[in-house]
Write a protein that binds this ligand. Sequence first.
Ligand code: NAD
Ligand code: DAU
Length: 349
Amino acid sequence: MKTILITGGAGFIGSHVVRRFVKKYPDYKIVNLDNLTYAGNLANLRDIENEPNYEFVKADITAGELMKALFKKYRFDGVIHLAAESHVDRSISSPMEFIYANILGTVNLLNAARVIWEDYTDKRFYHISTDEVYGSLGATGFFYEDTAYDPRSPYSASKASSDHLVRAYNHTYGLPTVISNCSNNYGPFQFPEKLIPLAIHNIKNNKLVPVYGKGENIRDWLYVEDHANAIDLIYHEGKIAETYNIGGHNEWKNIDLIQLLCEIMDRKLKRSAGTSANLITYVKDRAGHDLRYAIDSAKIQRELAWKPSLQFAEGLEKTVEWYLANEEWMKNVTTGDYQKYYDKQYTKR
Ligand code: NAD
Ligand code: DAU
């Protein structure tokens, strides 16, 4: 039986990856390591938590010696590393947390693998990264695997740094690593600080829907299960030392996305047309706001036969249905300091 370490498995994307691996690979033992920050939530994994091939370990990847001890104890055959601080706005207000979790945390895992793995045959260290490392595009063009790095927020700079360290461990020590850089994910279990679940939550509760700047920034959206599928393929079939870009070829201007979401919400909540759109409020722009991200995913499509399965309108509809059907989940993650934090940060333009 192979033992695979998945870090950050209690978060948004990690929980989809853990669920997929636990269900699809009964011959793997899946160890989910997460320190349960505000974004980590074991309720995301209720349906699989009692499966015999699943184990949760609460631990912080910034603890280097602990990582080595866990590598010794579990004798991991592979690592899929997702644990990170992931929200750009928080990286602007609290950059140091991103440096510790994303850079120090990654190097601790690399070091544990380097020191504890006796030989690297059949081992694999897979690092999950973001398209934001490539910087910001103008009106045209795409990010390719060989696009020069140009990170511009503390979040993207910390992820770029972790990518460089992963490549350095491959080049210097021969550690068998692979990296993927993905565009914006959406779907069930995403913490309502990111645009789509935040807007759904606010519309449902008749609160303002904050659109940064003029709403003209563009993101390339991918349904989270399609990302989990790509991660599965890359973990099993991706080439060592390679990088794969993952994206939906699905670019949306923020304001157009929010308008579409408002239409869906009006329909689902049986409100008259235009009710949700009345909540749209233009607020002060994000500092250093990247204009446009767009991924060229030809390599993974060509080499690993991956492609996105869902059209955006369908995925968004499915996502809205999930949040409306899971009110209890939303209530639990929006208690405590949540509302104070999110009400406070908006200044109308
Ligand atoms: P998330 O914030 O929902 O989840 C992150 C998880 O990591 C949480 O469960 C959290 O508790 C855990 N974590 C954070 N710091 C930790 C630490 N020090 N020790 C142990 N666990 C820790 O994030 P997400 O959106 O699911 O993103 C997962 C990964 O995918 C991240 O590496 C992110 O950079 C990358 N990514 C995200 C997107 C996206 O659109 N969300 C796109 C591309 C890449
Ligand atoms: O591109 C991949 C990245 O996508 C991931 O690496 C990050 O972890 C993930 O958080 C995401 O980053 P973004 O900054 O693009 O996502 P966010 O949902 O925060 O914002 C999407 C766009 O919407 C962005 O242009 C900012 C804007 N926005 C966001 C929020 C939260 C608003 O206009 N209003 C908002 O309230």
